[in-house]
Design a protein around this ligand. Structure first.
Ligand SMILES: Cc1cc2nc3c(=O)[nH]c(=O)nc-3n(C[C@H](O)[C@H](O)[C@H](O)COP(=O)(O)OP(=O)(O)OC[C@H]3O[C@@H](n4cnc5c(N)ncnc54)[C@H](O)[C@@H]3O)c2cc1C
Length: 314
């Protein structure tokens, strides 16, 4: 009998959709039991949301004050202890999972498989390498737990009509004292998180300045969209680096991605290849982004964005 454990990602209030996507991947393992663990503080609502994910057998909850902030150093020993008896321990390949899962793997004395994009058989997985230009098939050794991150852009969310039981569990793993939570700063305000937004508008070097990004933020707020950026825009200091999309930024899969003043370098395209529809606005008709865009508009973003803004009511 094989068992899989998924570590839920949440912000203390809401379950991140990356969890339901990780479940979809884990379901393709055809494990006999698939559980989710929620580590948090006063996290009943999050546990209830996790219990609603279809295909989940049980939701384990470790509710304690130390879990009030998602510190990988604090969570990892608890996950490693809970992993006892599980054949698989999966987390999402988001910033949260990339921070946590290698620590879990190290504590369990196994290697980590990163960015699973398909399950070939219970120990064989596909994952992208070289900025997504090649896909490698990797095999995890049998007889030890498989600790992995799941490339959430490769999987749809599992349905939300499940009704798994929720169980409170305690772990007595020793927690380190060398890492403590000080504060959380978030630059995005109320805008949706880039990695889960349905619509993402991104700006590149062509936007020209931090002030000019305001027109993009305004349009995004009208559309309920997240805002991303190219590395050139981040390096120029127009926006913070947590907005970077691409190989060394975030890998995203929105239904609609609109790139303004972005040339379409391979490292940027790596981050958006799973987007549903890609729209590019660039004044250079030869810009490589037009080769991958579903809809391309050769034009000046400083004319196009205000016009879109007007069409949406000013
Ligand atoms: C190891 C490595 C990792 C990298 N990782 C990333 C990554 O994660 N993400 C990433 O984005 N890049 C990454 N890069 C950098 C990447 O190679 C490009 O340099 C970068 O993506 C270029 O950003 P850009 O398209 O904004 O700028 P540019 O290439 O300078 O393009 C700007 C575009 O704006 C257009 N433009 C200018 N003015 C206007 C206007 N008024 N209206 C419309 N269009 C206009 C221009 O025609 C041009 O096409 C990485 C590079 C390396 C080597």
């Amino acid at each position: 009998m094989s068992k899989a454990l998924i570590v839920a990602e949440h912000d203390g209030s809401n379950l991140n959709p990356s969890t339901a996507k990780t479940v979809t991947c884990a379901l393709s393992l055809h494990a006999d039991e698939l559980d989710i663990v929620v580590l948090g503080n006063a996290c009943e609502a999050i546990a209830a949301a996790a219990a609603g994910i279809k295909g989940v057998a049980r939701v384990l909850v470790v509710d304690r004050t130390e879990n009030g902030a998602p510190l990988a150093a604090i969570l990892a020993p608890q996950v490693a202890q809970l992993a006892d008896g599980y054949d698989y321990v999966f987390g999402p390949s988001t910033t949260f999972g990339k921070d946590l899962m290698p620590r879990v793997a190290a504590l369990l004395g196994v290697g980590q498989i990163s960015d699973i994009m398909s399950v070939e058989d219970p120990h064989t997985f596909k994952r992208p390498i070289y900025a997504g230009n090649a896909i490698v098939t990797v095999e995890a050794p049998a007889g030890t737990p498989v600790v992995a991150t799941v490339r959430v852009a490769s999987y749809p969310a599992a349905a939300a009509d499940g009704a798994a039981p929720v169980e409170n569990v305690t772990v007595d793993a020793e927690l380190p004292a060398h890492t403590r939570f000080i504060e959380l700063q978030s630059g995005g305000g109320d805008r949706p998180d880039l990695q889960v937004a349905n619509i993402v508008l991104s700006g590149g070097r062509g936007v020209g300045s931090a002030e000019n990004f305001d027109i993009l933020f305004r349009l995004a707020d009208k559309l309920g969209a997240g805002v991303g950026a190219s590395r050139a825009a981040v390096d120029a200091g127009y926006v913070p680096n947590d907005m970077q999309v691409g190989q060394t930024g975030k890998i995203i899969s929105p239904d609609l991605y609109v790139a303004f003043g972005i040339s379409g370098a391979i490292q940027h395209l790596t981050g958006i290849k799973d987007a549903g529809t890609i729209v590019a606005v660039n004044k250079d008709p030869e810009a490589p982004i037009f080769e991958v865009a579903d809809i391309g508009l050769v034009g000046d973003l400083f004319e196009v964005i205000p016009e879109l803004d007007r069409q949406l009511g000013g």
